[in-house]
Every structure is written in structure tokens, then in C-alpha cells.
Design a binder for this molecule. Structure first.
Ligand SMILES: Cc1cc2nc3c(=O)[nH]c(=O)nc-3n(C[C@H](O)[C@H](O)[C@H](O)COP(=O)(O)O)c2cc1C
Length: 348
């Protein structure tokens, strides 16, 4: 039987050589101007050499006040986009695809002086109380998502992902615990979904027709007055109607701590539920670190891509190694790597 993990996958005009995607992971190793540096370049280049089908960047801030830390990448100016071309070009030379994860930290920004959120409610007692966004702030956030998406296209990314989970701004708007607004952006589910959906519409309208749009959703906040599983299903249907191509599923983190169970593949059941309800392709994330589990998730149709975080932090070459161990023949990004034979063959 052929491996599903190592089979290609197509969305709109983009084909990924295998189903292994590096899940976005912030490294806190950038710099105050939001520009890519040597560390970040080498970090992602290593995962492309290691055989991942696609790389998700860490959060890329759409505006300076949307950064989690002063070391985040940014796409709020053209110089940042220009500098990222070196990375996208190298990743493509390894036959790997790369998406830009566009993000706004909202009340979880550690740059507390400028933090804005749906309501003036602090995340915890270490981060300050954010300022409640005005109507003008909301309009500028949407405009900045749109400009950042244009720059992601310009920089050579193959897809864009909107980060709307893990307690950051778009998640905060959706969750009643962090959104107590009484205007058109708070209250009913329709109002709480308004900003995420307006951002989706703005981004979809400026990226090319053949470029996929991913959305990192929160499927449940486990009864903390956050997002319910039913609300996530309603949102997912609205995302599909607006041209989102793949949903990447997270849970929890609207409040400090994590309420849900954690085990290998722990968020996959949520992905499967949204897939069944919407028919959309899904990314499964969460403690997926073995080829057997990845193969089971994909071959049984629970999800379409495995988004692997820490396994690819531990070992950039995880995809090539997993293929070798499973006896699956894959093309390696650098042909000379194929000469890395075993001790009973002569190396030359
Ligand atoms: C060091 C680290 C940084 C992370 N940064 C981000 C991020 O920038 N954006 C995001 O959406 N998720 C982030 N995550 C969550 C991961 O993308 C992933 O969903 C999570 O680690 C679960 O997958 P895993 O069990 O395979 O690591 C981060 C996780 C880790 C461990």
C-alpha cells in the first residue's frame, strides 16, 4: 500500500509534495524592526532541507502593536517583504511550499503600552490591561491584514494562514470572555464573528485566485466562556463560504492554562468533526510525532495534512528519516544526501 503521508496534496493552484507541514512556531529570535535575520533563515531552511512538504512560518505581525514580542517578524512594510524573498526562494529550491502566518497578538502582546483588544480586559496579571479597540482601530486592523497579505504574495509565499486561535486578537473577538463590546463587533455570535470574517474577506480579495487561504481556528475553549464547539462549526461554514481552503485546528488558550486532555493527536477529533460538517480540507495539529499516527490520521480520512510542531523542532530531518525508517522511497531535496548510505557500504 502506498503511503498517504508521502503523497502529494493540491489546493487551488498549489501542490505540496507530501502531507507534512511544519506548524507555526514563534522562535523569539527576530529583531525589533520585524526583519528576517540569519537565524530565522537558517531555521526554516533546515526544515526545507529536511523534507517537509510545507513550512508554516511563525506569527508574522500585520502591525507593530500586533506583535507578541519585540522579536517577532513583521509584514507591515515593504522592506520586510523584500527581505523574506530570500527565504521563500530557498524553500522553493527544495521543492517545499511555505505559508505566511499573519497574526495580531491583541491583549497577549508583551508590548503592553500599545496592546489593543476587543475589550479592556487583561489576559492575566503579568500582561497589562489592553485598550479597547475603537471603530477606527478595527478599520485599520482590517486594512493592515489586507496590506500584509499583499506583501506576503509579493514576498513569494505560496499561501496565507490567518492565526485566529491561541488567545490572540481574532480569537479574542470571538470569545465572550474577552469580548464584552456592545457594538456591531460584540454580543451575538454573528457580531463576534464579524471581525474574523471581515479579515477573511479582505485577505481573500487581494491574494491571487489560485493561492490557498488557511485559517487557524479554535474548535473549543472547554467551557471557559470562550468558543463552543457549536460556534466553531458555524464559523467554519462561514469561512468556507468566504473562500477559506483549509482549516487548521487548535483548542483552548483564551485564558491562561489548558483545560483539555493532551495525548498523541489530541486535537484531531475536532478537525474530523469540522471536516464532516463542512467538507473542507483540514490540518490536524497536536502531539503528532510518529509516522504511524500521521499515516492513521490521513489514511482514515480524519484530516488532510498533519501540522507538526515540536517533532520538527527536535529534528529538522524528521520527514526524510521517517520515510527511510518506513521503507518509503522519497526524493531528497539535495541529491547528494542520497549518498548518506550505511556503514556496510563504502562512502565516496
Ligand atoms: C515554541 C512554540 C512556539 C509556537 N508558536 C506558535 C505560533 O507562532 N503560531 C501558532 O499558531 N502556534 C504556535 N505554536 C503552536 C504550534 O503551532 C502547535 O500547534 C503546537 O505546538 C502543537 O503541535 P505539536 O504538539 O506538534 O508541537 C507554538 C508552539 C511551540 C512549541
Amino acid at each position: 500500500m502506498a503511503s498517504t503521508v508521502f503523497s502529494p496534496f493540491t489546493l487551488r493552484g498549489m501542490t505540496i509534495k507530501n502531507r507534512i507541514v511544519m506548524s507555526p512556531m514563534l522562535m523569539y529570535r527576530g529583531q525589533d524592526d520585524g526583519m528576517i535575520n540569519d537565524f530565522i533563515y537558517a531555521h526554516y531552511a533546515a526544515r526545507a532541507l529536511g523534507g517537509a512538504g510545507m513550512i508554516g512560518t511563525e506569527v508574522i505581525a500585520i502591525e507593530p502593536r500586533g506583535r507578541i514580542s519585540a522579536n517577532d517578524l513583521g509584514l507591515w512594510n515593504d522592506a520586510q517583504a523584500e527581505a523574506l524573498k530570500r527565504l521563500t526562494g530557498f524553500v522553493h529550491s527544495c521543492d517545499t511550499r511555505i505559508f505566511a502566518q499573519l497574526a495580531h497578538a491583541g491583549r497577549k502582546s508583551h508590548i503592553t503600552e500599545t496592546a489593543i483588544a476587543p475589550s479592556a480586559i487583561a489576559y492575566d496579571n503579568t500582561l497589562g490591561t489592553p485598550r479597547a479597540a475603537t471603530a477606527e482601530d478595527i478599520a485599520s486592523i482590517i486594512a493592515n491584514y489586507r496590506s500584509a497579505a499583499c506583501r506576503a504574495v509579493e514576498a513569494g509565499f505560496d499561501a496565507v494562514e490567518l492565526h485566529a486561535a491561541n488567545g490572540y486578537l481574532l480569537h479574542e473577538f470571538l470569545a465572550p470572555v474577552s469580548n464584552t463590546r456592545d457594538d456591531a463587533y460584540g454580543g451575538s455570535l454573528e457580531n463576534r464573528m464579524r471581525l474574523p470574517l471581515e479579515v477573511v474577506e479582505a485577505v481573500r480579495s487581494v491574494i491571487p485566485e489560485d493561492m490557498p487561504l488557511f485559517y487557524r481556528i479554535v474548535a473549543s475553549d472547554f467551557g471557559t466562556n470562550g468558543v463552543t464547539p457549536e460556534e466553531a462549526l458555524t464559523l467554519a461554514a462561514e469561512l468556507k463560504a468566504r473562500g477559506v481552503d483549509l482549516i487548521d485546528v487548535q483548542t483552548g488558550n483564551i485564558l491562561p492554562g489548558y483545560e483539555g486532555p493532551v495525548y498523541p493527536g489530541y486535537q484531531t477529533p475536532y478537525a474530523t468533526r469540522i471536516k464532516a460538517a463542512t467538507g473542507l480540507p483540514m490540518g490536524a495539529t497536536g502531539s503528532i510525532a510518529s509516522i504511524d499516527l500521521a499515516e492513521f490520521i490521513l489514511s482514515s480520512g480524519q484530516a488532510d495534512l498533519v501540522m507538526m510542531g515540536r517533532a520538527l523542532l527536535r529534528d529538522p530531518f524528521w520527514p526524510i528519516r521517517a520515510a527511510r525508517e518506513a521503507g518509503i522511497d522519497v526524493e531528497v531535496p539535495i541529491p547528494t544526501y542520497a549518498r548518506a548510505t550505511g556503514p556496510f557500504e563504502r562512502g565516496f
